[in-house]
Every structure is written in C-alpha cells, then in structure tokens.
Design a protein around this ligand. Sequence first.
Ligand code: C2O
Ligand code: CU
Ligand code: CU
Length: 458
Amino acid sequence: RYEIVQRETTLEILPGVRTRAWTYGGTLPGPTIEARRGRPITVTHRNDLPVPTVVHLHGGRTPADSDGYPTDLVLPEGWTEPTMGHGSGHGMGNMRDPHAVLSRRTRDYTFPMDQRPTLLWYHDHRMDFTAPAIWRGLAGLQIVRDDAEEALGLPSGSRELPLMIADRAFTAEGELAYPALDPTLRERPGVLEPYLAGVLGDVILVNGAPWPVHEVDAARHRLRILNASNARHYELEAVLDDGRRLDLVQIGADQGLLAAPVVHRLLPIAPAERYDVVVDFSAVPVGGLVRIVNRLGSGRTRDVMAFRVARAAADDSRVPRVLSADLPGWRRADAVRVRDFSFRAGQLDHGRGWLIGGLPFDPARSDVTVGLGDVEVWRMVADVHHPVHLHLVGFRVLSRNGRPPLPHDAGLKDTVSLRPGEAVEIITRFDGYRGRFLFHCHNAEHEDMAMMANLQVV
Ligand code: C2O
Ligand code: CU
Ligand code: CU
C-alpha cells in the first residue's frame, strides 16, 4: 500500500537554481514503487496540484478502472471548472465523456501485478494535458520482480541502476519552460500547433539530475533504461576515453526479459520504451570515464550521463545464455484478424494535429473492439516518427516494411517505434481484462494533439 501526494514542490534541479515542479510526493522522479509478481498493490493518490490529474501505470496489466483513462480525473480541492477541463490541446472544447469517473481529491489505483517482471513507469495521462504534466514532473518508476528472475544472477543491488532519461528546457528564471504550462492558456485552441513535432529540451536529465556522473565498480552493471522524454529520440552508445565503445548487452525489453541476450553497440530508444541492458565496466581502467552519448543529439544534448570507474572489484554476476522461456510465441496463423492503422498528421477542428486512421481522439467514440483472448495482427503505417503504445497488453514485432524485425525489436514490447514512412506489423493476444483501454502515440505532444484511440476489450 502506497500513498502519494501530488503537489507543487520547489527543487534544485540545475545547480544553485530553484525550479517549481509538479511532483509525486515531492521528488523528481516520484518514488520508485517495488512490486512482486502476483502481489497486488494499491496506490492512493491525493491531488494537491492546481489542475485535475490522472495516473496511468505504463506497461501495467491493469483493470480498466485503475488504468488511468484520460477522462477519469482526480479533481483538486474546490475545482469548479467544467469537469472535463480539457480540449485545449486540439481545440475540441468541453467534449463530454458519459463514462468518465470523476474522483474528488483522492483516488485508489489497484494494480494486480499479475505480469512478467519488468520496469514500468507511472505518469499523468489527462486528456490533452499529458505532455505539460509529465514535463513538469509527473513521472515515476515501478519495478516488478519475481524469484525466477532473481535466481539468474544478474547484476543487482548497487549494480542495478534504473535510469529515467528525459530532456527539459528552463527559462532564465529557472522555471520549466513549456509552451503552455498554464492550464488557462491551453484553453485557447491550437496552442500547441507550432509544436507539431513535439517539445524538446536542451538539458538532459537522468533520474532528475542534469548530465550526472555516477561512480561504479569495475564490474557488470544492469542499466534499466527508460526514455521518459516527451518527444526526444536517442541512439545510445557507451564511449570510453580512448574512443572505444562498450557492448550494450540487452537482456530485456518493455515487458521483461528476452529469451536470450542481444548485443548492441548502438541502441535506439524512442519515448516510453524501456531497455534492460548489462554493461561490463571491468575492462575500463580505474579512474576511467565511460560516457553515455546520444548519437542523435548535437552540442550538449549529445551527452546523456557518464560512469566513472572508481575501483576494482570482484564480480560474481552472470548474464545467462537463456534468460527466459515464457515469451509468447504467437504466429501469424494464430491471428483471427488483421487490422490496418495509419498514424498521420491531419486537420482538427482548430488547426493541425495528429490522427489515427484519419480520426482525432474522442472518448465517446468506439474505435477498436477486440474479443478477450483473441490474437490479432496490427499493421501500422507512419508519416513521421511515431512511438506507438498499447495499454493492457504486450506484443511482439512481426515485421518492418515487410522485412524481419530489427535486433532491438526483440522480446515483448508495449511501445514500438514506427520510423518515418515505415509500415510495422505487431502481433498480440488481448487477454487480461475486459473494458475500455487505449492505444496512442507516445510522443506526448502528438498524444495531446489527438493521436489516441479507444481499445475496447469485450
Ligand atoms: Cu505511457 Cu497511455 O501511456
Ligand atoms: Cu500505457
Ligand atoms: Cu506521434
């Protein structure tokens, strides 16, 4: 049982600078929630912020009433605005959702945790206001563990490091700079239109700290990487002083361990994706620096963080050749249906935005209805880069542009990066819970500009 108070907090993010953030419990990121597979947990959220909020556990297999549907708002004390309080991002006005469940001040979210062990994250999910809420700080980690994974002998304890990577921009006064953080401003239609591509920052934060340098033993470390950026993509590499690059040995994807490790030199990571990676620092001379660099960045956004190898040390960790044997092996022939979706820019009521299948998000419309237990193939095409996320289920990548998936598509995922002009096929089985869920682009600005649709499991 956890209790989290969502509140405005003044933090020192940049050295010597005071920044007001919206936090889960006063820290940025919020508290890391530790869970065991099969042991349900309840998190009580209290909203002491000036705006309505919604909590979604990303990657959680969660019943619909705790999944954080974007209109199931937790209203702040004394909130009197029209209850939807949204519609600004894409100018849809005070659209009504007859199924919305409003809570006053607090709400209990219950997570069964009946799922593979992995790194999840919780974040705000309010309709049309997700991007500014996450930007202001509403994100935290949740880790699911089980005995089988712990028995593998992977690096653990101080050698297991969750890394939440996110870019931010700051004003001269030290405030988080976002085009429309002020909720009243966002009531103006189309306010985000100049930011169609998404909002980028020029400061890279890892676990809330700018470009941190972390001291490590000369031993294997497990880096559990999350790209929590609104819109920034990364291609990460681990570079030594002498220019050599260390292997990034991928052991897990969004939804837990791979069947077997996959070795990368360069690891692309789109918004909301997680990569579980082992890096061996034992070949680095003591005192040496390993920089984690984003090949897609330029200037200071090329640097992400660094590891200083502080001391020689014994290492009894292992990366077994077989990591897991429970990955679903759905085949095309198992699918009862193939669906097609386009992810493209388009016209909204007020200005431009982002559409799925030609339509903007509407909580009152039914988009996709699937049968509980059905296996389906989804074929998705993109105009520009869109990281597409499905709630409730994990899926496997079947193909990219008619060719086999890429090495980093391995394993069970909940977010897949559609690259510009690409057609990607995924396969999944819709099991877990009946009810109303979502799929959407996880470029947070695209999401706020209507690139989201309903997924009804019946
Ligand atoms: Cu991480 Cu629907 O979101
Ligand atoms: Cu999600
Ligand atoms: Cu997108």
